[in-house]
Write a protein that binds this ligand. Structure first.
Ligand code: URA
Length: 219
């Protein structure tokens, strides 16, 4: 109960937030949604037009693809927490800028603190770099578990990327299938971190990010 109250508090603050400059053009904030005890979190980029109108994440065209992929792979949307690195829509759906991500980052970190997910899945390069550092390359690390500070990260292409690059559809489909298999293999212990670390070891050498040199020595 205490946990969900805290999440509500964070989301109330987001609704009134005037950090950065994106609040000036937003209709609604999109704090994210899902259960407070979700074991898996998806972190996307920024709300689009439909998300901005509805105040909910991934409800536009890329959300429809995302939902389809979740469903096809047996991941229940109602059981995961879905959010983005910024909670307000950037004008014309441009990429959020570094200062906008920084202005919003405290909310994402507080959501992690309250939810304490075992697995955090970054959707797209902006989410990946926000979570693991600017040198993390989506092409190099996507589609496999990455351990850092006792949390398992996993990176996939953002569903919207497929709309610009057809050839990514098959990659995203395959990666989501791999991600679902990984979640299943983990057994998703509610107790969390040791179980996730162990399961990640079963998939080969984890990619610890060396201080200042993310993914040093990894392809
Ligand atoms: N991040 C996204 O990429 N899309 C959303 O709808 C919300 C957050």
């Amino acid at each position: 109960m205490g946990k969900s109250e805290s999440l509500e508090e964070i989301h109330r603050e987001i609704a009134e937030c005037t950090n950065g400059d994106l609040y000036m053009s937003r209709k609604l904030t999109v704090p994210g949604e899902g259960p407070v005890d979700a074991r898996v979190m998806f972190v996307g980029e920024a709300p689009g037009e439909k998300e901005d109108s509805e105040g909910r994440p991934f409800v536009g065209p890329s959300g429809r693809l995302f939902d389809k992929l979740l469903k096809k792979n047996g991941i229940d949307r109602a059981e995961v927490f879905i959010t983005g690195v910024v909670k307000c829509r950037p004008p014309d759906n441009r990429n959020p800028q570094a200062h906008e991500i920084a202005a919003c980052n405290t909310y994402l970190e507080r959501q992690f603190d309250v939810i304490q997910p075992e697995v955090i899945c970054a959707l797209g390069s902006i989410a990946l770099k926000t979570l693991l550092g600017p040198k993390a390359s989506l092409n190099k690390v996507r589609g496999r578990p990455l351990l850092r500070n006792g949390i398992t990260y996993y990176a996939l292409y953002h569903p919207a990327a497929v709309f610009y690059r057809d050839e990514l559809m098959e990659v995203l489909k395959k990666d989501m299938q791999g991600f679902a298999a990984f979640l299943q293999k983990m057994g998703l212990s509610r107790r969390g971190l040791p179980a996730s670390a162990k399961a990640a070891e079963g998939f080969g050498t984890p990619h610890y990010a060396a201080e200042g040199r993310p993914f040093a020595g990894q392809e």
